[in-house]
Design a protein around this ligand. Structure first.
Ligand SMILES: *Cc1c(COP(=O)(O)O)cnc(C)c1O
Length: 450
């Protein structure tokens, strides 16, 4: 027997809307709710929500009729409600708060293109979304119709990509790329596909969640012309998984688009192991693989959503081993200041010696793994993959240290501070470079730097 179907809901206020209109994404977009009066038709607003909605300069509010219908109108703490209806907490400042907490603007060689990792870029193609998440990490630009897609920026982005051959993966985001006019979206995809070194294209979109009716056969027919294409959606709570979302995910996966999910850890929404377990299990039922669980960013407006980092560790502790391995996302902190995503997880290693490692499993069972005593080391000199690395210098990090590219990573000012001897003594480390035996010219006969 198949598992129980998912639910489909429509708030009483929309009972008279003809089904054809309800299922038309244009209708959903043009009937979004954004004023106190409109929300009052569907929910009984709290004092805090009322106050927030009348705050000047508030981050844009807009909710599709479909998505607001999934809220329990009588529950002021409804987990969907909290994501999209502002509350007074949104205007509170907090320690560490930043406007552009991921320093994306600083990593943009051309406007709208964030190049922070060696082989992939984030391309912000619009500032518009189908509905607006209150904790938006890009609230500095998102929602502003005057800042949306610009032809000149797009040409500059394409030009940069053409001249940057190390980029093999382009991630379209925004805003939400699936809110773009269909013609424009297709033009974007086809222009990217003209660039030979771009191997994969990814779309980050919450449209399947806010407005699943947008996932039409015409859309999937168009998308599948541009394979390999991947998509990440954004679901935070099991209540968001409707029959409509399940159908949209089915259409996308049948079109050959692998689906992942990125969720954000949010206080009062999904900061609970049991909610998260239900969420990831429902996601894999609709063939969406949990990809990342994000610690909430230090962004303006999101203070009241933040949890301690330990909450994320606790959630992963409750998932790994307790449910299907592919249902467990990677928990990440997107480093403030632009350091990128940093994965965190509980520690499963208890101790180690030169030939044993002591590990514990999810149940607390503690075991010994005997390490080989006769491991024949991999030889980079005869490995063609090692010989043809496709890395930009300076970004190989700790992996590069293991590779022998460099021996140290030093904080700024380190050399100045630690060069008090002024260089007249022989006893000092005089080079960052270190060549291990067997790589490059070093033949082990003693001419390496000492
Ligand atoms: C998240 C992100 C990516 C993609 O990272 P993956 O770990 O490959 O999913 C790329 N660029 C930027 C700037 C990002 O923030």
């Amino acid at each position: 027997m198949a598992p129980a179907p998912f639910t489909s809901k429509r708030a009483p206020a929309f009972a008279d809307v003809p089904t054809e209109q309800w299922n038309d994404w244009h209708w959903q977009l043009s009937h979004r709710l954004n004023t106190v009066e409109e929300f009052e038709q569907v929910l009984r607003l709290t004092e805090s929500e009322r106050k927030a909605l009348s705050t000047p300069g508030l981050f844009r509010v807009d909710v599709t009729p479909y998505f607001i219908s999934r809220i329990d109108p009588d529950d002021p703490d409804d987990p969907i409600r909290k994501q999209i209806i502002p509350t007074a907490g949104e205007v509170d400042n907090f320690t560490g708060m930043m406007e552009d907490s991921l320093a994306e603007d600083r990593h943009s060689p051309v406007p709208g293109l964030v190049h922070r990792y060696p082989d992939r870029v984030l391309m912000l193609v619009t500032t518009q979304c189908a509905s607006y998440c209150r904790y938006c990490t890009r609230s500095r630009i998102v929602g502003d119709p005057s800042q949306t897609f610009s032809r000149a920026d797009f040409e500059a982005q394409i030009d940069y990509l053409k001249h940057t051959p190390q980029v093999r993966d382009v991630l379209l985001s925004g805003g939400d790329p699936l809110t773009l006019a269909p013609k424009l979206l297709e033009e974007l995809l086809s222009r990217l596909r003209e660039i030979e070194h771009i191997e994969i294209i990814r779309i980050g979109s919450r449209v399947p969640v806010f407005m699943p009716m947008r996932i039409t056969s015409e859309l999937t027919d168009m998308l599948q012309k541009y394979h390999p294409l991947w998509m990440n959606i954004h679901v935070n709570h099991p209540n968001e998984i409707s029959q409509e979302l399940a159908d949209a995910a089915d259409k996308l996966t049948r079109a050959g688009i692998p689906l992942g999910n990125q969720s954000v850890l949010l206080a009062g929404v999904n900061d609970c192991v049991h909610i998260q377990r239900d969420l990831v299990q429902k996601l894999v039922r609709i063939r969406v693989r949990p990809y990342y669980l994000y610690q909430c960013d230090l962004v303006e407006g999101a203070g009241h959503f933040r949890t301690p980092v330990a909450k994320g560790i606790e959630i992963i502790e409750g998932l790994r081993g307790h449910t299907s391995g592919f249902a467990v996302p990677t928990y990440v902190v997107d480093a403030p200041g632009g350091g990128g995503k940093i994965p965190l997880m509980p520690s499963y290693q208890i101790s180690a010696s030169d030939h044993k490692i002591i590990l514990r499993n999810y149940e607390g069972y503690i075991t010994t793994y005997e390490e080989p005593q006769d491991y024949k080391a991999h030889d980079p000199a005869t490995c063609k993959y090692c010989q043809s690395k496709r890395m930009e210098p300076g970004q190989s990090g700790v992996s590069g240290m293991l590779d022998g590219e460099q021996m140290f990573i030093k904080p700024e000012g380190f050399d100045e501070l630690h060069n008090r001897g002024g260089g007249q003594h022989r006893l000092r480390a005089n080079s960052d470079k270190w060549k291990p035996l067997g790589i490059g010219d070093g033949n082990g006969d003693g001419d390496e730097q000492k």
